[in-house]
Ligand binder design. Structure first.
Ligand code: ZN
Length: 431
């Protein structure tokens, strides 16, 4: 098992490449992002859904593109420039080219008084309006007078794009990985999720696979709804565990967003891996959900989807501001989060329920197991571990539940189950 086919540095370098692009739920920046991902993952298929397509209670909006935007003061000086930072324009702003006075301009400005150096990330996908997002310092420096406001954007019939890779395994049962591609220059939320999902896909492609992997790069909310409207029946039948991958490369402690039920395989494996591989992690309530688990876990869809994050969206001050930039994420955090995700996927791949093949404790000595496991420094260590795992092979508990019952890490329980299986003391309980 090679956990790290890539380095955190490589992931960070790719994040630097994607960071500047002006993404939204539709448009050229998002398309270019998918094209770059396709360079890294030639298996990625890019799909397009036309504006106006009805998906459950939603309609795919017009495609939004933007080439430039700025504010000039009365002297002609450019005081706000989209080309300096794409967060300066409210996402989905309608075009404008006008002279406005200060009072009118002020109605279209967004800033954060509590974070005077930060440009907020603001969108208005479904209510046509224009707006500029600036720092509070910039706003405080504005005076009465005339301003020229220019937003060179278009809203027109077009398409909503998303990317999908299906990597077949021995089984048709699926593991879902889903990330979102609609945020512009914001690093933890969510360049980090795009990069993590890309490198996990590259890793999965090189692993022996029991399960099939459905890996999605979609615009948040509308993309998930579009995708589910086409695939939910198949996904309900096949997906055994899913992860919304987001906010995974800042240096904060790990966070966990459970599925709605909180007791699925994905929940169990995530909690277990986080418990054994992090100093500490914080589990949030599903009531604090914020990403595409809102769709995946909704009634009638009911997929077992969780999120493993570092600092969770909304919970860190830099969230949805220009302070969530490349200096807020790190190669080391990428590496650590990647390792956690690989451990989860590996645990799911190896997870089974077992039943014993003999009643009462087996005689380990005659199988050469007792002497082997009683050796000092042997990886099995105490024979108690082996007998403890055996004790819970009652056909109802899976290895992750047994790992929790026996207070052992899942990797160790997998190895012990392998040894007990080879000794014909336990068998997979096919049910
Ligand atoms: Zn966000």
């Amino acid at each position: 098992m090679i956990f790290l086919i890539c380095t955190g540095n490589e992931m960070y370098t790719t994040a630097e490449r994607l960071f500047p692009l002006s993404r939204s739920i539709t448009g050229d920046g998002t398309r270019l992002t998918l094209k770059i991902l396709q360079e890294l993952l030639p298996e990625l298929k890019i799909y397009g859904i036309p504006s106006g397509t009805r998906c459950f209670d939603w309609i795919v909006p017009l495609e939004w593109n933007i080439t430039d935007a700025y504010i000039l003061d009365a002297s002609g000086k450019k005081i706000v420039d989209f080309k300096q930072n794409n967060l300066h324009v409210m996402g989905y702003s309608i075009p404008i080219d006008a002279i406005v006075d200060y009072t009118e301009l002020n109605k279209h400005l967004y800033s954060l008084p509590c974070q005077p150096d930060a440009i907020p990330y603001v969108t208005s996908y479904y209510s046509p309006q224009w707006g500029f997002c600036i720092t509070q310092h910039q706003r405080d420096s504005l005076r009465d007078g005339k301003y020229k406001v220019v937003i060179k954007s278009t809203l027109a019939e077009g398409i909503l794009n998303y990317g999908e890779i299906v990597i077949p395994g021995q089984s048709e049962k699926e593991i879902l990985l889903s990330t979102y591609i609609c945020h512009p220059s914001l690093a933890n939320d969510n360049i980090s999720g795009i990069i993590m999902t890309t490198y996990l896909a590259k890793w999965i492609l090189h692993q022996p696979r029991r399960y099939t992997y459905r890996i999605l790069f979609i615009p948040e909310t509308i993309g998930a709804i579009v995708y589910l409207s086409k695939h939910h029946e198949q996904m309900k039948e096949k997906v055994i565990a899913g992860f919304v991958i987001t906010c995974c490369a800042d240096n904060g402690d790990f966070s966990f967003m459970p599925s709605k039920g909180g007791q699925s395989l994905a929940d169990n494996v995530a909690r277990h891996v986080l418990k054994w591989n992090t100093k500490e992690f914080r589990e949030y309530s599903f009531l604090e959900r914020g990403s595409d688990e809102r769709q995946y876990c909704s009634p009638g869809i009911d997929l077992p989807v969780v999120s493993i994050m570092r600092s969770m969206y909304r919970m860190y001050p830099e969230y949805h501001t220009s302070l969530d930039n490349l200096s807020f994420i790190s190669a080391e955090a990428f590496r650590e989060s990647f390792s956690i995700y690989c451990k989860c996927l590996n645990a799911i791949e190896k997870n089974n329920k077992y039943r014993v093949n003999c009643l009462c404790e087996p005689q380990l000595g005659k199988r050469g197991l007792f002497s082997q496991i009683s050796m000092k420094n042997n990886y099995l260590g105490d024979s108690r571990d082996l007998l403890n795992v055996f004790m819970y092979c009652d056909g109802t508990l899976d290895l992750i539940e047994i790992a929790n019952q026996t207070n052992l890490p899942i990797e160790r329980v997998i190895k012990i189950a392998d040894i007990l299986t080879k000794a014909e003391l336990i068998s997979v309980n096919h049910y």
